[in-house]
Write a protein that binds this ligand. Structure first.
Ligand SMILES: [Zn+2]
Length: 287
């Protein structure tokens, strides 16, 4: 509990600093154009307990969302029905987040790139995913548009192997993290300001395009669902922002910064609480 409160406080101070640094709402870089930025809503680890609320929020707000789904989580028939809900939602696109989600053993998982590839292929076949768009479990790696980025080099070999087999890998620019009990950390308003800050500063894999990561397990309560809807409305009502489906993400982009000897660097937002790179077994949210 104390840990949760600390994480929330940390998020609050980070968001406040971001807001201040962003010029309290002023826009650096000249007058804004309309729809200058693109935001992509994504949610990982479904189907899980929060999936029906997420499904409903997306239906009610009619915005595009990509669900990076895990085949193993669809074993219970109840959860399979959540997945069917996603398939029947015209605003949701399914993408590949592996079949096992590394079974919670990420370091060992990425030591065996061939098994990672097999895990993604199994998920693709079992769930009938049409293409090879994916996101690594527990690792922020990109293989897209002839560019590459690995927040954690332990996943480099697996990401390269997936890319060589036709996979496009999407990491994330900002994560809406959650507590150990699955409660979202930070309000919709704080997250919205953070999104604007990162877009203004260009702290994204592709300038002007922000990939937001959430998790199905965050939306197990009605209040979390309402917070998500608040965030969506803030983004929808911002004339500079357009919410786009993953298929709109540009595959070609301005030249990437020259890699340093330490490898490509990307300044990104800090995250707090439980997240995709500080994962706990998502199945703990299944009951
Ligand atoms: Zn995940």
């Amino acid at each position: 509990m104390r840990k949760e409160r600390r994480a929330i406080l940390k998020w609050g101070s980070t968001a406040a600093a971001a807001w201040f640094l962003a010029g309290c709402g002023r826009r650096p870089g000249g007058p804004p154009g309309r729809e200058r930025y693109s935001v992509y809503l994504t949610s990982d680890d479904g189907p899980l307990k929060g999936s029906p609320n997420l499904d409903a929020a997306i239906r009610e707000t009619k915005v595009p969302l990509t669900a990076f789904v895990v085949g193993k989580h669809a074993h219970p028939s109840l959860y399979r029905s959540y997945l069917e809900g996603y398939r029947n939602n015209p605003y949701i696109t399914l993408a590949n987040h592996s079949y096992t989600h590394a079974n919670g053993h990420y370091i060992d998982y990425y030591r065996h790139p061939m098994q990672v590839l097999a895990d993604f292929e199994k998920n693709r076949v079992v769930l009938g995913l049409g293409d090879r768009r994916g996101r690594l479990p527990g690792r922020d790696s990109w293989r897209l548009g002839g560019r590459a980025y690995d927040a954690d080099r332990s996943a480099t070999a697996a990401a390269d192997l997936l890319a060589s087999h036709g996979y496009t890998l999407y990491g994330w620019d900002l994560e809406w993290t959650h507590t150990h009990s699955g409660r979202p950390i930070g309000t919709a308003e704080e997250l919205y300001r953070r999104i604007k800050f990162q877009l203004h500063r260009g702290h994204t894999y592709t300038p002007g395009h922000l990939m937001l990561l959430m998790h199905d397990q965050m939306f197990g309560t009605l209040s979390a669902k309402m917070e998500l809807k608040r965030l969506i409305m803030l983004l929808k009502n911002d004339p500079q922002i357009r919410l786009r489906p993953l298929a709109d993400y540009p595959l070609s982009a301005p030249p990437y910064k020259v890699p340093t000897t330490k490898g490509p660097r990307l300044i990104k937002g800090r995250t707090t609480g439980v997240g995709e790179t500080t994962p706990i077994d998502p199945l703990r949210f299944s009951r």
